[in-house]
Design a protein. Structure first.
Length: 259
């Protein structure tokens, strides 16, 4: 895939998200497939018409969209953004393209916390993609981290994924470093809050950024975990996440899978 083609897909995905703020239907009409658009956000009805139908309401609510990071991996574009409707939220949207048109969409949304324990925000930090030549290696490395550590296949390997305690953490309730991660996990255990990853569904990467989409449980709720990692010199250097509970069946507006 050429840089120009990647750039074109990124620009289309950005234009579609920005139309949620402007209320202008042009990008959705031009770039979303008219009858093959699959919506995995279960709070929304399926299909392009539902997306177009929501525009006026979103504009009336004063919806704002500010996109911070864009990754392109093959036919997939992932966007890391701040949305503002009913207060600020962090979002990760994933679009899948076929022949230049969007045919599928997944996302996670979480209320934005002003500051993390180490004084970061949930979205700040580097945005420029580097190390394009290391994309495949970084994807494999992050996938192995999620499987070995988060899914618990080989927890003893934890320290091998990090450069000592150098680890910048944007998750809203966890401090920097491996020490911060340990403390947070311990606190969950003490409060008897279940926190478990059960399956990795997608790994999307470009250069030093890798996004994983996983399923699991948090505090008894079936949950979708979107984790964005930045890899530096073969180690995990930085992490952002968006965590959202999966809607119970009776509240879903479409019958598509969450993943």
């Amino acid at each position: 895939m050429t840089f120009n083609h990647q750039n074109e897909l990124a620009l289309k995905a950005i234009a579609v998200l920005e139309s949620l703020e402007s209320g202008n239907p042009e990008a959705i009409t031009a770039y979303v497939h008219p009858d093959r658009y699959i919506q995995h956000n279960q709070a929304l009805p399926d299909g392009r018409e539902a997306m177009l139908g929501a525009l006026d309401h979103l504009k009336e609510m004063g919806t704002k969209v500010s996109i911070k990071r864009t990754l392109v991996d093959g036919d997939y574009v992932a966007l890391h953004s701040v949305y503002d409707f009913h207060g600020p939220k962090i979002a990760i949207d994933i679009f899948r393209f076929e022949n230049g048109l969007i045919v599928e969409h997944w996302d996670n949304l979480q209320e934005m916390t002003e500051k993390t324990p180490s004084n970061h925000t949930m979205i700040d930090g580097p945005v420029t993609i580097k190390d394009i030549d290391k994309t495949d290696a970084n994807k494999a490395f992050v996938k192995s981290y999620v499987e070995n550590i988060l899914l618990g296949k080989n927890p003893d390997l934890l320290a091998s994924y990090f450069d000592g305690d150098h680890y910048i953490q944007h998750s809203p309730h966890i401090a920097d470093g491996l020490s911060g991660l340990h403390a947070a996990l311990q606190a969950l255990e003490e409060k008897k809050i279940e926190f478990q990853y059960t399956h990795v569904h997608q790994v999307i990467g470009q250069g030093d950024f890798v996004l994983t989409v996983s399923e699991g449980f948090f505090d008894g709720q079936p949950t979708a975990f979107y984790d964005l990692f930045r890899v530096e010199n073969g180690k995990i250097a930085e992490h952002w996440d968006v965590i959202e509970a999966i809607l119970p069946v009776e509240k879903r507006k479409n019958s598509n899978s969450r993943f």
